[in-house]
Design a binder for this molecule. Structure first.
Ligand code: 4NP
Length: 159
């Protein structure tokens, strides 16, 4: 069976999307189904390309046992839109940018992270970059909820 390929996208690929990547990887690993998935992340911008995740985000994630290992890169069009099955933005600006970058016949692959939440009402995963500790914790809370819902959604679609 082909792997399900997921790309998480935020603005800089140093806070939210690398965290989503790591949370999702931990989730599928815990369920023993990591071989069925390819999971990556990227940024709308390349401002932080080549950098590891933001130190504050790394610290908050590690407190939950989540190790952020990815290195920032920019989204590539059309390559990423051809390759990945799910392209998932974190907020409405990411969504607008992704629709703008996507070839028109691939835009059905795009969705918003919070659409998969079942416990959080947030309409986006808020950018934590210029805020304090609570913002980083909220990102992780929302992502844990959304990744669980995303996996349920994928499993319901695949089977
Ligand atoms: P991210 O957070 O999109 O979740 O990675 C940000 C990282 C960097 C900047 C903005 C948001 N920045 O302006 O440099």
């Amino acid at each position: 069976m082909d792997k399900t390929k997921i790309l998480f996208v935020c603005l800089g690929n140093i806070c939210r999307s690398p965290s989503a990547e790591a949370v999702m990887k931990a989730l599928v690993k815990n369920r023993g189904i990591e071989e069925e998935f390819e999971i990556d992340s990227a940024g709308i911008t390349g401002y932080h390309a080549g950098e590891p995740a933001d130190q504050r985000m790394q610290r908050h994630a590690l407190n939950r046992g989540i190790n952020l290992t990815s290195i920032s890169r920019q989204v590539k069009s059309p390559k990423d839109f051809d390759y990945f099955d799910y392209i998932i933005g974190m907020d409405d600006q990411n969504m607008d940018d992704l629709y703008g970058l996507s070839p028109s016949d691939k835009s059905g692959k795009i969705s918003k992270m919070t659409d998969y939440c079942s416990h959080h009402q947030n309409a986006s995963v808020p950018d934590p970059y210029y805020g304090g500790a609570a913002g980083f914790e909220l990102v992780l809370d929302i992502l844990e909820d959304a990744c669980d819902g995303l996996l349920n959604h994928i499993e319901a679609n695949v089977k």
